[in-house]
Write a protein that binds this ligand. Structure first.
Ligand code: BGC
Length: 388
């Protein structure tokens, strides 16, 4: 069985690299001015984890930008887009081999989190009269699907094409306490306009709560290029959800106006991050869910515009989700070594996680995360890269 899996992965890698070679030939003229800085290659990345192959998948567009993915956690492990001088820059944090992600100290780099991304208070919720108890892996609360959320699952690469990869995984009923056999599909596609789209689909055979998102850590100046404090951020959100000292929302939707949480006009992440403010004290910086204004562009909420001060790389996020968690890397601290050999130092990456609001299963006023048995859960987010 093991041999069959390994043989399959070799054939797959072979097929993929031959696709990439063909693509490379076609793209030589457009890529001449761009130097690739990818620290990833399939042969040294791919490893067997818990008896299953974890591989590297690369999708590229016609301008030579590329997204590296792995089926372990259905993660983004590299994302190379041109900076203001046309140099390809890897704007996500991650590792150069699959097994480095299989580590409880690993802070969810690039992964899909679920079945319920973000926190559930005290690891409990009640559904259809039954109380479900989840393991508490974040102080008194459950975070990102528990110890064995989908971030540690070896997903199946169901469909692989040069610009699109679909990963599939079924969580067994009762995994980490959540109800339902939950079948999930996550599709990454990358078009010629440097737009990375993530489509999520899921069904469950029992009523359950779902909140799937991607947990990429970005540094738009490039992985390992220092703190993200000089990135300029605009959030299309006039309200946010304040939290208690364990980062569970109080249930209130509070105006950002007059607080450090006001990013309605672009400002640097660092401008107010050290202000005396109880919410910033609780989060050790920004670690809060913002309530998106309905600034609808092509059917999705425009959530964010953020740019790297050194690279000029701009990222816009559009989403079908009602909220976005902005986490400014406050718990980072030289715990692991990244792709390019540097440590994951304090605030050298930020996360912007499109999502439903934290702890929704226990909150009556938040948009519901209930997915009924047999219904199809579907959501989508688009990350668009450009330069200024
Ligand atoms: C949470 C942070 C947490 C981080 C883990 C974020 O989504 O909001 O509190 O430390 O994930 O990487």
């Amino acid at each position: 069985m093991k041999t069959a899996i390994n043989l399959f992965s070799v054939v797959l890698i072979g097929m993929m690299s031959s696709c990439q070679n063909t693509e490379k030939k076609q793209q030589t003229s457009t890529q001449d001015s761009i130097s690739s800085v990818s620290a990833l290659d399939s042969a040294s990345f791919s490893e067997t984890i818990d008896g299953k192959a974890a591989n590297l998948y690369t999708i590229k567009n016609s301008s030579g930008a590329e997204v590296h993915l792995t089926n372990f956690g259905a993660r983004i492990v590299g994302l190379l887009v041109p900076d203001k001088d046309g140099k390809l820059t890897d704007v996500v944090l991650g590792f150069n081999k699959a097994s480095s992600y299989n580590n409880p100290e690993e802070p969810y780099f690039g992964t899909i989190v679920g079945p319920f991304g973000n926190r559930i208070a005290k690891g409990k919720f009640t559904l259809d009269g039954k109380t479900y108890t989840l393991p508490t892996n974040n102080g008194v609360n459950t975070l990102h699907g528990g110890f064995k959320g989908v971030h540690f699952a070896n997903w199946e690469a169901k469909e692989v094409t040069p610009q699109k990869v679909t990963f599939a995984y079924t969580l067994p009923d009762g995994n980490e306490g959540y109800p339902g056999n939950i079948s999930m599909e996550v599709t990454y596609s990358f078009n010629d306009k440097n737009e990375l789209t993530i489509d999520y689909k899921a069904t469950s055979d029992k009523n359950t709560h779902l909140n799937l998102t991607n947990h990429a850590y970005f540094n738009l100046n490039g992985e390992g290029s220092g703190t993200i404090l000089n990135h300029e951020l605009k959030l299309f959100a006039n309200e946010y959800t304040p939290v208690d000292s364990t980062l569970i929302p109080t249930g209130e939707l509070a105006p950002v106006k007059g607080t450090p949480f006001d990013f309605t006009k672009a400002k640097t992440i660092g401008l107010n991050i050290d202000d005396q403010d109880q919410q910033l004290t609780y989060g050790k910086g920004y670690d809060h869910n913002f309530v998106l204004d309905k600034t609808v562009v092509e059917g999705l909420n425009h959530a964010v515009t953020i740019s790297g001060d050194k690279s000029g790389i701009v990222m816009d996020i559009y989403t079908a989700e009602p909220g976005i968690q902005f986490y400014s890397g406050n718990f980072m601290g030289d715990k692991v070594t990244l792709k390019n050999g540097v440590k994951d130092s304090f605030r050298t990456g930020f996360c912007l996680e499109p999502q439903h609001f934290p702890d929704t299963p226990n909150q009556t006023k938040f948009p519901s995360t209930l997915v009924k048995a047999g219904d199809t859960y579907s959501t989508k987010s688009v990350y668009k890269f450009s330069v200024k």
